[in-house]
Ligand binder design. Structure first.
Ligand SMILES: Cc1cc2nc3c(=O)[nH]c(=O)nc-3n(C[C@H](O)[C@H](O)[C@H](O)COP(=O)(O)OP(=O)(O)OC[C@H]3O[C@@H](n4cnc5c(N)ncnc54)[C@H](O)[C@@H]3O)c2cc1C
Length: 102
């Protein structure tokens, strides 16, 4: 039913929490992106310095960056919507509200 989440209890041997304090760009460091130490520099559209490559989340850097989950969620929305318009200029940057759809 709409709005009700399904919950399942899973038996597992262990849970691995992938928490870390030091980021590692791995192969991304070789992509030619402008970096600030171990972070990827983006503009307000979450564009990197490489054409059509967007980034979001803790890995990004810009003045005033705050590394929190809620910030990353917002950055993803910004990145995806800007990428969509770049791929299809017929689209509008603002995708609308899901609450306004029937
Ligand atoms: C100890 C700790 C406590 C925190 N507490 C809070 C809190 O209370 N509230 C809050 O809002 N924020 C908190 N944060 C910050 C929050 O965890 C981050 O802002 C958020 O997780 C960033 O999400 P992300 O998806 O950008 O990056 P991540 O959550 O780091 O996800 C990146 C993922 O990419 C994977 N990855 C990395 N390199 C590669 C590769 N080469 N190939 C494939 N996968 C790769 C990593 O394994 C990881 O799973 C905390 C952070 C830490 C470290």
């Amino acid at each position: 039913m709409r709005g009700e989440a399904e919950h399942r209890v899973l038996k597992v041997d262990s849970v691995v929490a992938a928490l870390g304090f030091v980021s590692n760009l791995g192969p991304l460091a070789e992509w030619g992106l402008e970096l600030n130490r171990r972070s990827i520099v983006v503009d307000t559209r979450m564009r990197t310095t490489v054409d059509r490559v967007f980034a979001a989340g803790d890995v990004t850097d810009y003045p005033g960056k705050v590394r929190l989950m809620s910030v990353g969620f917002g950055e993803v929305a910004t990145a995806v919507n800007n990428a969509a318009v770049e791929l299809d200029p017929e689209l509008t940057l603002f995708p609308g509200h899901s609450t306004e759809r029937s």
